[in-house]
Design a protein around this ligand. Sequence first.
Ligand code: UPG
Ligand code: MN
Length: 630
Amino acid sequence: MDVFVCTADPFKEPPLSVVNTALSVLAYDYPPEKLSVYVSDDGGSELTLFAFMEAAKFGRFWLPFCKEYNIMDRCPDAYFKSNYSANSDTQFIKEMYENMKEKIENVVEKGNVTDEDLSSEEELEAFSKWKRGIFTPQQHPSVIQVLLESDKDKDTAGNPMPNLIYVSREKSKASPHNFKAGALNTLIRVSAVMTNAPIILTLDCDMFSNDPKTAERVICFMMDPPDQSKLGYIQFPQMYHGLNKADIYAVEFKQPFQINAMGMDGFRGPNHVGTGCFFNRRVFFGGPSSFVQPEMPELRPDYTPKKNLIKSPSIVNLAHQVSGCNYENQSNWGLKIGFKYGTLVEDFYSGYRLQCEGWHSMFYHPKRPAFLGDVPITLIDVITQHKRWFVGFLDVAFSKYSPLTFGVRSMGFLQSSIYVHYSLWAIWSIPIVAYAFIPQLALLNNISIFPKASDGWFLLYSFLFLGAYGQQCIEFIQGHSTTQRWWSDQRFWLIKGLTSYPFAAIEFVTKLIGIDASKGFNVTSKVVDDEQGKMYDQGIFEFGVASPMFVPLSMAAILNLVSFLYGFLMMINLDGFFVQMFIAGFGVMNSLPVLEAMVFRSDKGRMPTKITIISACLVFVLYGLSFCLH
Ligand SMILES: O=c1ccn([C@@H]2O[C@H](COP(=O)(O)OP(=O)(O)O[C@H]3O[C@H](CO)[C@@H](O)[C@H](O)[C@H]3O)[C@@H](O)[C@H]2O)c(=O)[nH]1
Ligand SMILES: [Mn+2]
């Protein structure tokens, strides 16, 4: 089994946590000589390489320790935060861990690796590329370091260690690198020439393994599914640790990650969500009955690399060659082979294309989560992340392979309609924006726009509202969640409807007409600022930055409050205005955190005054316009 761990920025993705993820899989209950972990460092950072050198040393103690005590939490950080029983062995291993942690954090704080940090000639040599000539994250030669080699390196109990290989592909400003999809395709090739295992696990750097038996169980499915020849991948849901009680930003994303995936399992299987996914290597080379040849025999999924040679010059040279930034020019990579390019949601798109080619997938949702990830803990991080996803989805919706056209033909109406639902998600911004502003403006102008409460049509409105909300609530409760989290989820859907969705739609359109304002793949920060962490744990929204995305949100909050108060104070005729009063009242309830952040808070996370003033002025303008128009 080859495991791919991706990282892209040592300052947003602390090397210590990347190392923890890698250690959690290195320590799988799985024959070590058959396990290889490849780390893709798109940040091209010596800090990450240094962290992994330290991890390789610590791993020799950590692996036998986990196996001897049959530990479940094989991510060291999770283990030391748990309620473990202390004895001299745990004390010893904890000291080793603290030691490694200190070394890594020191280097990260310093910002570079100096000769004093290194202890051998070999280590010095490994960093020489950073010292020679130009080396920036955007422009550098490829760096490939075999840090552990299974047939030579032993753990402290004398058992072989798994392979551990650090890969930072060549980058040049002149050639597109295709973000994570490009990184994964490089790893498919580098791993092919070194170990070429038939099963590949992809992991984001913040998703550690939470169950050491996962790999073994997956093998059972891979060896014995009912339609073995077509099983392309086994997807675990994205699950997280450290969510606050109410999950205020609805980052659990329960419906897409857990509930819908279960439904899709009844068709061709769940969509791919980027991490926690075991692939059959063969899927990257065309459909089950249409093999697409790679450029060289060494990359074929059925090629057997010579054993025990991953450090040999010929293999290392070949690995450098296939990780070059021009290697993919005029090839099928990203088009017909490997992860597919052309969107910011390479996971969604690649999984979709695999299913179009005829591959099936399987959803596996064990009681004890197989993987646990970090969540973004500030509002701006969450809505920016979602904006990126929705731009990506629109890329897919309007591509040559759109689920609306190509998808329906290849996978049938039902399965493809799920992909249509996701890819056009940003369209929700239209009804949400309309409902956040129009009934309220009409109310302020004494115009009734919905049927009266005594009218028969009113029943239809109530039925649709209660039906949609009731269904979602039941899904949450059935899925072992709470009504509090359901409330957060519906609220956050409205928040995204006013922020991420419309801004994604605008970004997509500006990209289409050639004014590309986006910065491509903006990596989500996994660094937790102590103060922000505390606020998040208490369930308090974090605004803080003056982002334009907060403007429509604040405008809606102000307008709903003003129109509701107007209706209330003017003792407006409730029969005629019931629906409008209800919508405004519902809007106010959902806006409470925003209103509070505008008016009552003085901490760093409050709504910036600038945003409040701009929004209030714009609401005034809107009201003026509506007044003139009617
Ligand atoms: O140029 C890049 C950009 C990102 N990454 C890695 O991609 C992963 C995901 O990036 P992150 O910033 O955490 O994005 P999220 O939006 O949180 O990730 C979700 O959305 C992505 C795009 O759909 C998927 O790839 C992820 O698996 C999925 O968890 C991380 O490990 C990054 O290191 C790279 O390797 N190269
Ligand atoms: Mn992430």
